[in-house]
Ligand binder design. Structure first.
Ligand code: ADP
Ligand code: MG
Length: 704
């Protein structure tokens, strides 16, 4: 490690954190560029570039002790090698340690040399995550190393941090840069931005020590705590990060509320005409929320409101009511949904509802090209009243004439910044459009105050009448044949069935393959039922055709990936089978299950799982069997969600934290909120510095 020149230190003695990274010794332009891609420009950016997780190579795990989901270092001798070509090239290497045989190492990308390294009898050291394969446990693309004959395994002394990184920048290199940066950490008093009185009041420990600890845990560190993110040093940083997030959202809200917004009040004529054509009565909860929204939108300050309603509670109708008041007042409405499928459903609903009133609804989605897109954009620029689409709505070049209301569906798929981008398509001068966000994610109160601190919240807390609760059972995959028979029985009764494949794979391609395999299996098993297939790799037109056929009852069974998770509405579908249900978060299972139980028929949900189930997985499936109440499920989720179970948030990209995990760290939120209010009121400058430190570029964007 190169010692820093005293000269460099002296120059910036006041604030070494603001030094550009290039000033750390031995860092060339290529490295500076790689760091910049990670948003790491200044020394302090490196201090706060925290390890994502740790790898524990301090000991070996016997193969017999491996469990699905465990990340572990193992050693074994190659017992068999197979090169296969099922869907694509694949290298399978079985290793054993004499006690328990066969852990399968699976590689999808490999070259000849690699394949040839694995000969029967060769010893290998591997590090990776174990998962349940069809026969045995397996590791997909483990890190590995061939061991020379008779060589001892060299174990690490301490946990190795794994940093978020980018192409061409290895962990070792990044760790050494971090070490250099950490040598410049100033004394506690200069580093700490939370005022001492507030630190004392909430028992906040040293920030400096917390940073040093998480970057370089000492050999005697409590590994279990560190791996779970529950070590006091990590909790200290999580606190600060949540605090920053909270204050930044509060500031954002205050800034938006400073601006003006169009007053959206009309005579209510459109609303009345729409109610007449609606085939149902609005529920009291819908009516109340519609009023709350209308009250906001009639103010000359921008509305920032989140409408939370369980799946099937009828959020679309609330959105439509809001849209009509904007249209009546002479403004445009943009409705943005996270997926094309969902946006298309809104489009059809809105067109169906609004056609009798001669209100045109425009369509703008990503895959739409050429002339159709040009024309739609032209009409939007000329003032088309309602535009529905995906994030394509936010793209450059899309201009609105008088955008008065922005509706965002299923907000957890969009980040705060995406919402802002659409807001900025707003009106001239100081005016911005009103914002209405719809979400089915039930948000416990404490979380709402932090994750959505920039929004007011309305809840649609009842479902339309006549829904029957979904009966849920959990069934081992060993009884798959019985489940398929059950599907057969349901189809002969004229019921429709979803079969959901939920392989948690990074790639849409692998997910599609899993769905294709299930489709083949079911097509063979159910000869007299029509089985359809839908997944994310299909073209929008194909997807739509399949959905239409399913909706029209031409398909009895629909095999789907989680693309159907949000918003799909087929009332006659009354049975859902979810594969690998033990791997999904409760919130996601609840969303999926919400696709059935929409009609008057009693509905069922079968949670297929791969045995053996761990304790946590058992409890989670139990919750799903016990209740249909999204709110209770969310609270339970928060309570049960352990480390490494962050799938729910990670997959949906809700909020990306470096250290904090909203589920794990919810207990910090009351204190976070208290400190946040205090700092914003009494120490606004320090609040600003904290935001700059943690959010940096994003915050600059917000202030721009
Ligand atoms: P979500 O809140 O999940 O977005 P939707 O808006 O898609 O729910 O509504 C789900 C279904 O319930 C749709 O078929 C919709 O037409 C219907 N629906 C909405 N409101 C009512 C109501 N008040 N009475 C009966 N059915 C309703
Ligand atoms: Mg919806």
């Amino acid at each position: 490690m190169a010692a820093l020149k005293p000269q460099a230190l002296a120059d910036t003695a006041t604030d070494p954190g603001n030094l550009p990274v290039a000033k750390l010794g031995g860092i060339g332009p290529a490295l500076v560029e790689a760091l910049a891609r990670l948003g790491l420009h200044r020394v302090q950016d490196l201090w706060f570039h925290l390890p994502l997780r740790y790898e524990d190579r301090t000991h070996l795990v016997p193969l017999a002790d491996l469990r699905p989901g465990m990340r572990a270092q193992v050693v074994g001798t190659v017992e068999a090698v197979e090169k296969g070509f099922r869907y694509r090239p694949q290298l399978k290497v079985a290793i054993g340690d004499g006690v328990m045989q066969t852990l399968l190492l699976r590689f999808f990308h490999f070259n000849r040399a690699q394949a040839e390294q694995f000969r029967v009898g060769v010893r290998v050291l591997c590090y990776g995550e174990a998962r349940q394969g069809s026969g045995s446990l397996e590791m997909v693309h483990p890190q590995y190393q061939r061991l020379a004959d008779g060589a001892e395994v060299v174990l690490d002394e301490r946990l190795s941090p794994v940093y978020p990184t980018t192409e061409g920048l290895g962990q070792k290199r990044l760790a050494s840069v971090a070490t250099k940066a950490l040598q410049l950490l100033p004394a506690e008093a200069e580093l700490e931005l939370i005022p001492p009185s507030l630190c004392a009041e909430h028992g906040l420990t040293s920030l400096r020590e917390a940073l040093l600890y998480v970057h370089r845990p000492p050999p005697d560190a409590r590994m279990d705590q560190l791996i779970q993110g529950r070590h006091p040093a990590q909790q200290r940083l999580a606190f600060e990060e949540l605090l920053t997030q909270h204050m930044s959202l509060k500031r954002l809200r205050a800034a938006v509320r400073e601006r003006g917004a169009p007053v959206l009040v009309g005579r209510g004529e459109l609303h009345k005409r729409w109610l007449k054509t609606l085939p149902f009565e609005l529920t009291p909860a819908q009516q109340r929320v519609i009023k709350e929204v209308a009250a906001d939108a009639s103010q000359p300050r921008p509305m920032l409101r989140l409408v939370q309603g369980d799946v099937g509670s009828g959020k679309t109708a609330v959105a439509c009511a809001a849209a009509l008041s904007a249209v009546e007042a002479g403004y445009q409405v943009a409705l943005m949904a996270p997926t094309e499928l969902l946006a298309e459903q809104h489009l059809r609903n809105f067109r169906h509802w609004l056609a009798p009133m001669d209100i045109a609804v425009e369509w703008l989605a990503g895959k739409q090209q050429g002339k159709a897109r040009q024309q739609a954009m032209k009409r939007v620029a000329e003032g088309a009243p309602i535009v529905i689409g995906t994030h394509a709505l936010m793209q450059e070049g899309v201009e609105f004439a008088r955008l008065g209301l922005v509706i965002v569906d299923e907000q957890h798929r969009f980040g705060v910044q995406q919402r802002l981008a659409l807001r900025d398509k707003g009106l001239e001068g100081e005016m911005v459009p009103h914002q209405l966000v719809l979400t089915a994610t039930p948000i416990p109160r404490t979380l709402a105050m932090s994750a959505y601190a920039d929004l007011d919240i309305s809840a649609i807390d009842e479902l339309p009448p006549g829904r029957t609760p979904v009966q849920t059972i959990a069934v081992s995959n060993a009884r798959r044949t019985e489940v398929i028979e059950r599907i057969h029985a349901a189809c002969t009764e004229g019921r429709q069935v979803y079969w959901v494949c939920t392989l948690i794979e990074e790639s849409e391609q692998l997910r599609a393959q899993a769905a294709e395999a299930a489709h083949t299996e079911l097509t063979h098993a159910l000869t007299d039922c029509k089985v359809g297939l839908i997944h994310g790799r299909m073209k929008p037109k194909e997807k739509q055709a399949v959905m239409d056929a399913f909706k029209a009852g031409e398909l009895a069974v629909l095999v789907a990936t989680t693309v159907i998770e949000v918003g799909v509405d087929v009332p006659n579908a009354s049975l859902m089978v979810i594969e690998n249900s033990e791997r999904l978060g409760l919130a996601q299972l609840h969303q999926l299950r919400g696709r059935v139980g929409r009609g008057a028929v009693a509905s069922n949900c079968v949670l297929l799982y791969q045995p053996p189930l761990g304790q946590l997985a058992q409890e989670r499936l139990q919750v799903m069997r016990e209740t249909n109440d999204g709110f209770r499920i969310a609270e339970k989720d928060l309570e049960l969600r352990g480390p490494g179970e962050v799938l729910g948030t990670r997959q949906t990209g809700q909020l990306s934290f470096r250290m904090a995990d909203l589920a794990r760290d919810a207990h910090l939120l009351p204190a976070v909120q208290h400190v946040g209010e205090q700092m914003l009121a009494r120490y606004p400058e320090r609040a600003g510095q904290l935001i700059e430190r943690w959010i940096g570029g994003a915050a600059r964007y917000v202030n721009a």
